[in-house]
Structures are given as C-alpha cells and as structure tokens.
Ligand binder design. Structure first.
Ligand code: GTP
Ligand code: MG
Length: 511
C-alpha cells in the first residue's frame, strides 16, 4: 500500500471556474504615464503577434504540402500522460515501429531507475539535509511535485543512524551517480554538455567523489526536444561507428558501460530498496516514490538483469519530458493482431505531441487550425499536487483553466474534442490511502470519497465548461484512462478511431 501523500496543495473551488477566465481588465485608475506604457506594450504585443501570424502562415502552407490523412493533437499540462498516450497509439497501430525503439527506451528506463537509486543514496548522506527533488526521485520526471518545501527543491533528511550494511551499500552504489550523468547526456546532449573531467568512457570507475551529490545546476528532468535524434541514435549503433560521429559513438559506448554497471549493482539496488531503515526514512518524511513518474524500483531485479529487454508496459511507464512540439507520423500497419479496419490500412496519421509546462504552451498555437481531433489529457490524480513551474497553483485547477481556454479557442472549432481523465489508478490509490478529495477541492463538499464519484464529478465539471460555448456543436467524448495499461487504453483508442472514422466520413458527406 502506498504511503499517503501530505496535504499541501492549495485547495480549489470548481464553482468559481467560470469567473476566472477570461480575466477582466480595469484601466479606470490608470495615470497618463501608465496608459502610454500600456499602449506601448500593446503595440509591441501586436507586432509580435503579427510576426507569429506570418510564421504560422508559412508553417501552414509547408504542412499542407505534406498533408496526412488525419491530424490529432495531444494537449494537457506537463506530466499528464500525453507522450504515454502517443506510445499507446504507436503500440496499437504501428507495433513494428514501436518495437524497433525498445533499445532507446531501455536507456530512459535505466536513467529513471538510477535516479531513484541516487535519490535513496541521498538518505545515506552524513552531512545534513540534502537538497533534491521528490519529482527527481521517481522519475527524472516532474510536471508536479507532492511535497514542495521551497520554490524549486525539497530537503531530504538523511537517516540519523547508518548501519554498516547501509554504509557498504552507499559505497558500492556510488558509481551510479556517474552513470546517471552519462545516460542523461546521451539522451539529452543539449541539456547535459560534456563536462571537463567527466567519464570519457570509463563509466563506473568512480572518478569523482563517491558520495558527491549530483551537480546542483542540473535540471532534474531529462527532456527531449522536438526533432531530437535520440531514438535514431540507437539504430545501427551496434553495428559499426560509420554512421555515428566519434563523439556520439563514445557516448554510445558509455551507455553500454552504464548498462554493465547497472547489472553489477543489481543485488545492492534490491537490498537498498528493501532495507527497512530506508523504507522507514521515506515514510517518516512522507515521500511516496510509488506515486512518482518513471518509478521502476519495484522491478529493479528484472530491469537490472543481464539481457533485459523493455516490455511494452515498461516503455509506457518510462518518463522523459517533451520540449517543444513533435509531429509523429504514424503509418497504420496492416494485418496486425486486433486488426485495423480496411479503410485505414496504410493511412498516414500525424500525432502531435507537445511539451505541457506553462512556458511551452505558446508553441502549440501554430498547430491548432487544421487538426481533426484534440485529445485533452487531464491527470485526475493531480488534485493534491502543485505545478512545478508555479508552486502556488493546484495542478487540477491548472488543468481546468487550460481546458477552458481550449474550449473557447476559435481555431479549434472544427476539431472533435476528446477528454481523457487519465491516471485514475493513482487517483484510486490516493483515495484508498485516506487522502480526502474534498480537502483539496472544496466544492466537492460532502460527496463520497470514492473513485467513481470523484470521476463523475470531474466529468460533469469538464463537460459543463465545453458546453458553455455555444459554438461547440460537436459531441464531446470523455473516457477514463490509465495510460500505463495498454489493454484498457487499447479499448479507448478503438473508440477514438471509430469517432475519427465517423467524423471523416461525415465531412465527406458519405454518412
Ligand atoms: N500510474 C500512471 N502513470 C501514468 C499514467 N499515464 C502516464 N503515466 C506516467 O506519467 C509520466 C508522465 O507521462 P508523460 O506521458 O511523459 O507526460 P507528458 O504529458 O507527455 O509530459 P510533458 O512531456 O512534460 O508535457 C510517465 O512516467 C508515464 O508513464 C497513468 O494513467 N497512470
Ligand atoms: Mg511528453
């Protein structure tokens, strides 16, 4: 049973949602100087807007040239599950392409695992509180955090008494700190430039102090940029160095070394995770790694075994943050198990995946106007969490505001809206562990603290917002999902595919 998460996110009142958007401006008390300044800002904003419009036009005509049959955009806040839903689409409709990427995903899973272990190693430090991140702990993954104690990080109190076996584990697992760096640099070279004196192919040799915490300037989240080549780097990399630059093949070699170190540390990682003092230390500080993205410690024995191949379920659980906007072409494969319909064989879909944190949302706009379907992913388990980018904002509240802004967006009026109430498994685990939904959503009042009731309530609130705009004449489709479960998600994707089919034929006046 997962440990309860502390009650720290600000509470919200969903009855108020209508009055918060759009904001009403009041200029009545403005001085002439303030007015001039505002108008100058508005002129500058208009200039930027015009530039963006011109750029949108260029991108639009470029996209028209290579137009896919169906365009689907995945939207939602960071860590809501957009990329995981994308991977479900790939697994179901283009399984061969999905399987071909397994080796690349192993590096991400290794990184997620190693980050959890280095987080635990911080509990074994003897020099006082360690600044780290709870989101870091499970994931390298943090659109949200469970227990913010300061704007950007969390202090973890090391254990007070270290037994000899824990001291030994601290030493034996210390090479993993370097491994973490190699893997992060390989997956995201833009974010983790090679540092002077770094491993240079000798991963695990412990060239830096064994107990040194990871450099503080590093972001805890590993990210991939749009157009990033990280997956393709694994293709053909085993065969020879011809296709790869010398620097990249050296990094590839580091990843292989990293794998060897992980395999060598397997038993000690199991021992650390199962150590009663470590579990007690986490529980004392109400840290629930099980709720974190990219949590693989419970499967460490399997994942660190020699010859490990990631399963589809592992790939769906892996966490890597998306930066910017990525367009993923998906050629629907024929004759697969579960069979595609004849009409869609060989169809080209374009699935647009975006980075969801607030600073990245402005980049979504150019992709709005010719999408057939908008899939909005709302993580329903986030009711007691805050945004990483603004710790004063409840994540569920942010989801509602975002949804509201999309429901009234004029460029999206022709798109079919599908709402996925995602992460219901985590919602269920939180409610079962005794966390009260009403403590965070005051408008929920005295309804039962049961998963089905909460989902029904949220569905009603989201649907009401969609229906508030009279221009939203198309049906809103709502599904409850657990995107890490490919079987249940597959059923939802079949329904979504039927909607695409119907809407497409309707538009072509065939139905
Ligand atoms: N338990 C659980 N985990 C989920 C579910 N959906 C997604 N996740 C996990 O949540 C983490 C974040 O998911 P992503 O798909 O990376 O989130 P995202 O919306 O793409 O985030 P950004 O790229 O930062 O915008 C991953 O580790 C997923 O495996 C779910 O329904 N249940
Ligand atoms: Mg993503």
């Amino acid at each position: 049973m997962p440990t309860p998460v502390p009650h720290n996110a600000p509470s919200i009142d969903l009855e108020e949602i209508s009055s918060h958007w759009p904001p009403v401006a009041d200029f009545s008390n403005e001085t002439p100087a303030q007015r001039d300044e505002r108008l100058a800002h508005e002129r500058e904003a208009k200039r930027i807007n015009d530039e963006i419009d011109a750029q949108i036009e260029i991108e639009k005509s470029e996209r028209r040239r290579r137009r896919p049959d169906i365009r689907i955009i995945l939207l939602g806040q960071a860590e809501s599950g957009k990329s995981t839903i994308l991977r479900n689409f790939q697994l179901k409709y283009a399984p061969t392409a999905f399987r071909a990427e397994a080796e690349a995903w192993r590096a991400v899973i290794d990184l997620n695992l190693v980050r959890s272990v280095t987080f635990l190693l911080n509990l074994l430090e003897e020099s006082g509180p360690v600044t780290t991140s709870t989101a870091n702990a499970g994931s390298g993954g943090g659109g949200g955090t469970e227990r913010p104690t300061s704007p950007s990080d969390t202090k973890i109190m090391p254990l007070r008494l270290l037994t000899d076996d824990l001291r030994r584990l601290r030493v034996s697992l210390s090479p993993l700190r370097n491994i973490e760096e190699s893997l992060a640099r390989f997956i995201s070279p833009d974010h983790y430039p090679r540092r002077v004196g770094s491993l240079g192919g000798k991963s695990g040799s412990g060239s830096s102090s064994p107990s040194a915490p990871p450099p503080t300037e590093r972001a805890f989240e590993v990210s991939v940029r749009s157009g990033s080549r990280w997956k393709s780097l694994f293709k053909g990399s085993g065969g020879g160095s011809g296709a790869m630059s010398k620097a990249r093949s050296q990094e590839y070699e580091e990843v292989r070394n990293a794998r060897r170190v992980i395999e060598a540390c397997r038993e000690d990682m199991v021992a650390l995770w199962n150590h009663p003092a470590v579990r007690a230390g986490l529980a004392d500080q109400s840290v629930s790694l099980e709720f974190q993205s990219g949590f693989f410690l419970d499967a460490v024995d399997r994942i660190a075994a020699p010859g490990y191949e990631p399963s589809p379920a592992d790939i769906l659980k892996a966490r890597i943050q998306t930066l910017g906007v990525e367009e993923h072409p998906l050629r629907v494969e024929t004759n697969q198990a579960g069979g595609s319909l004849a009409w869609e064989h060989g169809q080209l879909w374009s699935i647009i995946d975006v980075g969801g944190s607030r600073a990245l949302r402005a980049a979504w706009l150019p992709y709005f106007d010719d999408v057939n379907m908008l899939l909005f992913i709302a993580p329903v388990s986030a009711f007691n969490q805050t945004l990483t980018e603004d710790r004063s904002v409840n994540r569920l509240w942010d989801s509602f505001l975002l949804w509201k802004s999309l429901c009234v967006h004029k460029l999206l009026k022709k798109a079919t809206f599908v709402l996925l109430l995602n992460k219901y498994d985590l919602l269920d685990a939180k409610l079962q562990s005794g966390i009260e939904f009403r403590d965070f959503v005051t408008s929920y009042r005295d309804r039962p603290n049961k998963t089905d009731d909460v989902l029904q309530y949220l569905k009603g609130k989201f649907s009401a917002i969609y229906q508030q705009d009279p221009q939203n004449t198309l049906t809103l489709h709502v599904h409850v999902t657990c995107a890490t479960d490919s079987n249940s998600t597959s059923i939802v994707l079949t329904r979504i595919r039927e909607v695409i089919f119907r809407d497409n034929f309707k538009k072509a006046n065939l139905l």
